[in-house]
Design a protein around this ligand. Structure first.
Ligand SMILES: Nc1nc2c(ncn2[C@@H]2O[C@H](COP(=O)(O)OP(=O)(O)OP(=O)(O)O)[C@@H](O)[C@H]2O)c(=O)[nH]1
Ligand SMILES: [Mg+2]
Length: 298
């Protein structure tokens, strides 16, 4: 039966690194499909998440943070983020609630100036500021004339999310249900496994280590009738010294990465997990286009 009031569309979540894009996606879906860390440039791929409402289907694209960069990996990340702008009905531009910091947003604003989709500004992390400081910020951003809506939210606490969903449905066109109702993401479980391991590296290591790490799942086997998945993954780093840091004194670091990743994957996948981690030095992979392809950073 044709339901001619049903609405659907694609919505890109964009912004500078670390503003809370992945946190927002997870909160909207009520489920973790994107990894999060307090460090910038955590997300490296486009992450698709589907939100089903009774009269609408919202398809969100979480993207890597947009920043000026010349590195091989960084350039690919920004290209991935900018490509999402072309495919969507609506763009959510996330910013941190800092006043008079629009110069930081210059690069993103430049990119937004040529898009055809509607754009909402989401001022995120409002749990970190005094309510009074919001008004001048909203006035400032309104004067830019770019945004159809300006909404303060807290992705972490889920504040403003219901109102955001209402506003999104308001601007989406009539359209079909693109994905079956039980699909939350198009990503494979083995990609999620690689990402969760990478998240633990991001959270447990410092300086350049997170940025020199890429995780490749070599084996992802579900043991029939046992509710058990065995995963073998390679943590790639760029130099020998980094390998030592990932392994840690007496193997302590890699054990902690493995333990944290295993516990979380057991929760997310609802199965017992055997997780085997190895560390490999793949010299300067972040500047090597073949390695970047191998690790899924097209
Ligand atoms: N206080 C507060 N912290 C938040 C909020 N949203 C996100 N954060 C924190 O901000 C940090 C970055 O969050 P992410 O969701 O990884 O940010 P991102 O924009 O996806 O970052 P990249 O993938 O690196 O571009 C994490 O430490 C989050 O916990 C919020 O509403 N309030
Ligand atoms: Mg992210």
């Amino acid at each position: 039966m044709i339901n001619n009031t049903f609405k659907s569309g694609f919505i890109a979540i964009i912004g500078r690194p670390n503003v809370g894009k992945s946190t927002l996606l997870n909160n909207i879906l009520g489920r973790k499909i994107a990894i999060i860390s307090p460090k910038p440039q955590t997300t490296r791929n486009r992450i698709l998440g589907v939100k089903n409402l009774s009269q609408a289907q919202l398809i969100f694209l979480d993207t890597p943070g947009i920043h000026r960069t010349r590195s091989g990996l960084g350039k690919r990340m920004v290209t991935t983020a900018l490509a999402a702008l072309e495919e969507v009905n609506l763009i959510l531009h996330l910013v941190e609630p800092e006043e008079n910091k629009w110069e930081k947003e210059e690069f993103v604003l430049e990119k937004l100036s040529s898009v055809t989709a509607s754009v909402f500004l989401l001022i995120n992390k409002i749990d970190t500021i005094a309510k009074e400081s919001l008004l001048p910020l909203m006035r400032q951003s309104g004067s830019l004339g770019i945004y159809q809506e300006i909404l303060p939210i807290s992705a972490l606490r889920g504040e403003g999310i219901d109102q955001l969903l209402d506003l999104i449905v308001g601007v989406l066109p009539r359209g079909p249900r693109y994905f079956p109702e039980d699909i939350v993401t198009d990503q494979m479980e083995r990609f999620l496994a690689a990402e969760i391991i990478r998240e633990k590296v991001f959270n447990l290591t410092e300086q350049e280590i997170p940025y020199s790490t890429a995780v490749l799942v070599e084996e992802f086997k579900e043991r029939e009738g046992k509710n058990l998945i065995s995963i073998r993954a390679l943590i790639n780093v760029e130099r020998d010294s980094q390998k030592g840091i990932i392994i840690g004194k007496k193997g302590r670091m890699i054990r902690e990465i493995g333990e944290k990743a295993r516990l979380e994957l057991e929760r997310l996948l609802g199965a017992r997990i055997f997780l085997d981690l190895f560390v490999r030095v793949q010299k300067n992979w972040s500047r090597d286009s073949r390695a970047l392809r191998e690790f899924g950073y097209q």
